[in-house]
Write a protein of this length. Structure first.
Length: 248
């Protein structure tokens, strides 16, 4: 049975990915910092309460693997929502660390396993913030742009060993993380949550938020044999973002 490992896989987009890969017949392993969310995962998933930036802990997870077919480096946080002059260096570093270093560590330890097998697929969860500048989101946008550079480099390094690497750029995804963003942005702009929500939706040609399953479906495709010649690609699942500075 093929195996997928999903970081931050116990809730939100990661949980949807796990459900998608399970439906496709893969054995699901997940890491997450939230022990309660891990405990609520299906019994046949293998879960590890691990911080994605904790290198010894991540190395210990990969040391238990005799195979890994798909890695979804999905761990991330939204970071602060504030003008750049109001962003604390500590908050900048935490946002960049979890988003970028978390993806780096997962790829670092997945690469030897996949290279030895001569096959594999790595999917990084970037963001449309990795395609556009977003006012008041400097740490997040910087980290998500950097993840695309990481993906392009990994695709070149690992391609000769049969390993594909791609990045998904979700748009505005329904869920707890986006609710936090909406609340913080509303405070910064002096707007209501619903006004900010409407602005995000209006900034896409589909006039809609994305659902976690939309991201999961793309991840399952990229991890499958149907995508065997898809590598080094940045794929937005965002309803076509037209306006990176949501307004009403």
């Amino acid at each position: 049975m093929k195996r997928v490992l999903i970081t931050a896989g116990a809730s939100g987009i990661g949980r949807a990915m796990g459900e998608g890969f399970a439906a496709a017949g893969l054995e699901v392993w997940v890491t997450d910092v939230d022990g309660a969310a891990l405990a609520a995962c299906p019994d046949d998933w293998r879960g590890f309460q691990v911080d994605a930036t904790d290198e010894p802990a991540m190395a210990a997870v990969f040391a238990q693997m005799d195979r890994l077919d798909v890695l979804c480096a999905n761990a991330g946080i939204a970071g602060p929502t504030a003008p750049v002059e109001d962003v604390a260096l500590e908050d900048w570093r935490r946002c960049v660390s979890i988003n970028l270093e978390g993806a780096f560590l997962a790829a670092k330890y997945a690469a030897p396993v996949m290279k030895a097998a001569g096959a594999g697929a790595i999917v990084l969860t970037s963001s449309t913030a990795g395609l556009y500048g977003y006012p008041n989101r400097a740490p997040y946008a910087a980290a998500k742009w950097a993840m695309i550079g990481l993906m392009k480099t990994l695709a070149m390094e690992l391609g000769p060993f049969g390993v594909r690497v791609n990045a998904i750029c979700p748009g505005s995804v329904e869920g707890a993380r986006m609710e936090g963003v909406l609340a913080r942005e509303a405070a910064v702009k002096g707007m209501t949550r619903d006004q900010v929500y409407a602005g995000y939706a209006a900034g896409t040609s589909m006039r809609s938020f994305v659902q976690p399953r939309d991201i999961a479906d793309m991840a399952v495709f990229l991890g499958s044999d149907q995508a065997r010649m898809v590598s080094g690609q940045v794929i937005a699942v965002d309803g076509h973002t037209e306006n990176p500075d949501p307004k009403v």
